[in-house]
Every structure is written in C-alpha cells, then in structure tokens.
Design a binder for this molecule. Structure first.
Ligand code: HAM
Length: 426
C-alpha cells in the first residue's frame, strides 16, 4: 500500500490493510474528527469497547447466514482456549456493553458514539479493506420516528461537514417481525417459479431477501416483477415509515427510496438506509444503518428497540478526494522556528513552548541546520510564519518574524513575539 521507488524493508502491512501516513493521515484524522463532532452536536456520548469479543456474540447478533459471519470473521482460540473474534462491526458489541453495564436501566434513549478499526476477511480491492475504520452511533430504547430522523440527519450533517455534496441517501423500510414472515413467503413463492441455479435456490431458501441483491443482469431481469417488502408492510411499520419521511423532509434531508436495498447484516427492521457515493466505484457505500428492534432481546437484554449507523472513515476520505475536497489543514504547523548560531536554540525552544501554550501549532528546525535548508523545511511544513533567531537578534533581544506568504519580515522584541504572531495569523 506504499508508493516508494527505493527498496523497502522485509516487512509489509498485512494484505488489504491500509497504512495512513502523513500528509494523507492528516486528512484521515480530520475526516474522523468531523464525523465524531456531528454526533457530539446531537448529544451522543463516547463509548470505548474491546476490539475482540466472544465469537458467539457476533454469530448471534449479526446473523449466521450473513457473509460477514459465515466467511469474513477473524476468529481464533486465545491461550485459554476461548473462541474470540476481531469485531467485524460495532452494533453487537455496543448492545453487549449496554446490557452488561445496565445502561438500558437508565434514561432512554441511550445515545452512544464510537470509532475505531473493524475487521472483515474480504477480498481486498479499492475501498474494500480487511481492516476498516468506522465512526458509528447507536440510539437505544425508543421507537419514536423522530429518533430515526435524527440518526439519519446526523450522518447527513457529518458528510456535509466533511464538505461532501455528491452523495445520495437511499432509504427503505424492512418491516417488522410481524409483517416480514408473510412477505418472505410471498417472495419465496415468486422465486420458486424462476429458473435459478442451485446456489441461488439455496439462498432463496435461507434468506430470500438477499436474492434481490444478486448483481447478475440475467437474474435482475427475472426479478423485475418480484414483490417488494415496501408494498407489504404492516400498518404500524408503514405509518412509522411515513412519519420518518415527513420528519426528514422537515429537516431538509434529501433521500431516494430504494425498495430493493439489501444490507449485509441480519438485524435490521423497519427504517434502513445507505449513503452511496458514485465517486467510489464498485464499493460505493460510504455509510449505512437502520433499526434493529429485536437485537437487544436476541442478545439477552430487555426488549428495547434501537437504531444506528456505521460510517466508513476510509471511504469517506476517498469520497472527499474524489470530489477534490480538502479536509482539515494540510499544514503541519503554523509557526516554524529557526535557530541560527550558537546559543540560539535554548531561547527558541522556550518561545516555541510559549506559542504552543497559546494554542499556536509550532515546530522547530533541529540539528543546527544551515539557514537555507531550514527555510526549505519551514516552507515544506506549511507554516505561515517563520521565526529566525541569530546571534544579532540574540544580542538585541529581538526575533525576526517572517511572513512566509508575503516574504515581509519585522524585528520584534522577544517579549512581544507571541502577541505579534497571533495578530499575523489573524
Ligand atoms: P456496514 O454497512 O456493514 O454496517 O458498514 C458500515 C460502513 O463501513 C460501510 O458503509 C462502509 O463505508 C464501511 N465498510 C464496511 N466494510 C468495509 C470494508 N471492507 N472496507 C472499507 N470500508 C468498509 C455496519 O457495520 C453496522 N454496524 C452499521 C450500523 C450501526 N447499523 C446500525 N447501527
């Protein structure tokens, strides 16, 4: 994943696992912080969870028939012989922790936000990694359609705050446990009349909804008249969905209805959504989520409903790059200090400390560099201001403050440098 021309060391990052190194890591970090900030603005509290859990949690929570559980888990026996799995997603772990820490007994809804790495043994390709990073939120303990609208709006706001414009929000309802079995039967009847191959027939038997997601054009053609779940919702789910749509309209969140949406995880009920970015190529899902009203009780907790999303940080960064959006500052620092000559490093180190305490991002040239090479480093750092301290300045009790944009410079009394720099940076 690195692009270098010279020889590299004997080790490479694991296949399908990206490194983020400067300067791109700055943009990655800015994307993640921007996504987290959108959740913070809506009252979500951070939760920090284990990166590995009991394998059974995911088998139960995510669903045995999903690709994620059946084919993609990093599972291994630890030294005590327990089967543990690197988390493939965040929702099951959040539910486990909410139940274990009795958060469901406090005020509802419980609103949580998390970020970190997740692991799926997928076939690596552009935008599809084996270690992926997400920012996710979960809101547990309320059926209120206003909560669905909030969760979707937080994701939409987060993408907007990153600076993205060219994405689409797809929305549907997957119904509830009362309406879905009847629909499932209807779909299974429809599928049984089609000339499907053996593997697809088996899928139709285990999870007929997933057949709707078959990408082969010939299969898609056969499915043109397939019954759609959205047309067979129970009265309660239909009303809930209407309400969610009205609230999104009121919030100014634009969406398209995609009645054929199929999510990769089994726990979804009712409101379900995906953010799709056409600039991402085949792996176009930037984020997705929905309700999971039966998950908590499935995992041994109270019968509380929930809704949330997971946003892919890797893919959001790729979408920003595709749109030509610069996220965060590419500059490493704002001020770059250059000591020139004996005795100048100490005072400049102290000045750098003062500037940092004043909230100004400051770096220094180290190792007694010549002025010319230090000036090059100053320019490369992205700093807007250079501080030059030579023997003359030292004797006069001043510092030369140079605006790296205009090239103008002034001699400033050392006690007033911070103030002067603050005004220069505006
Ligand atoms: P998910 O749709 O499986 O949902 O993943 C969410 C996002 O993670 C995707 O939209 C995508 O951006 C990113 N992602 C997934 N797999 C990869 C990969 N292999 N490489 C790069 N990015 C990837 C969930 O994980 C649910 N837990 C979301 C949720 C929370 N639903 C309710 N609450």
């Amino acid at each position: 994943m690195t692009s270098t021309t010279g020889p590299t060391g004997p080790f490479a990052a694991p296949k399908g696992v990206p490194d983020y190194v400067p300067p791109r890591s700055r943009a990655f970090d800015a994307v993640r912080r921007t996504l987290l900030a959108a959740a913070d603005r809506a009252g979500y509290s951070p939760i920090e969870l284990p990166v590995f859990e009991d394998t059974a949690l995911f088998a139960r929570g995510v669903g045995e028939s999903t690709d994620v559980v059946a084919k993609e888990m990093y599972s291994f026996a630890d030294r005590g012989g327990r089967s543990v799995t690197l988390r493939p997603e965040g929702t099951a772990g959040v539910m486990r922790s909410v139940i274990e820490n009795r958060l469901d007994k406090g005020s509802l809804p419980v609103k949580l936000v998390y970020s970190g790495p997740f692991f799926r043994y997928e076939r690596p390709q552009a935008g599809r990694y084996r270690q992926l990073q997400q920012v996710g939120i979960e809101a547990i303990g309320s059926d209120d359609p206003a909560l669905d609208a909030e969760v979707i709006a937080v994701a939409d706001e987060a993408f907007r705050a990153v600076g993205l414009a060219g994405y689409r929000l797809e929305l549907t309802s997957l119904g509830d446990h009362t309406s879905r079995p009847a629909y499932r039967e209807l779909l299974q009847r429809f599928l049984s009349d089609l000339p499907l191959d053996e593997a697809t027939r088996e899928r139709a038997r285990l999870n007929p909804l997933r057949v709707l997601d078959d990408k082969r054009p010939a299969v898609q053609e056969m499915l043109a008249d397939a019954p759609l779940l959205l047309d067979h919702l129970g009265a309660e789910s239909a009303e809930h969905f209407t309400e969610v749509r009205a609230l999104l309209d009121a919030l100014g969140v634009r969406y398209v209805i995609n009645p054929r949406m199929v999510r990769g995880l089994d726990y979804y009920t009712r409101t379900t959504f995906e953010f799709v970015h056409p600039g991402l190529g085949a792996q176009s899902g930037m984020g997705g989520g929905g309700r999971y009203d039966g998950l908590m009780s499935e995992l041994g907790g109270a019968a509380l409903s929930g809704i949330g999303f997971g946003i892919g940080v890797d893919r959001t960064l790729m979408a920003a790059e595709a749109e030509g959006v610069q996220v965060g500052s590419s500059a490493r620092c704002e001020v770059y200090g250059i000591p020139v000559g004996p005795g100048t490093t100490g005072p400049l180190v102290a000045l750098a400390g003062e500037l940092r305490r004043a909230g100004i991002r400051t770096d220094l040239a180290y190792g007694g560099r010549a002025l010319k090479s230090a000036m090059k480093l100053a320019n490369d750092s992205g700093a807007r201001v250079a501080l030059l301290l030579g023997e003359n300045e030292l004797a006069a009790g001043t510092v030369t403050v140079r605006d790296l944009g205009s090239g103008e410079q002034a001699s400033i009394a050392s006690g007033r440098v911070v103030e002067h720099v603050v005004s220069l940076l505006g």
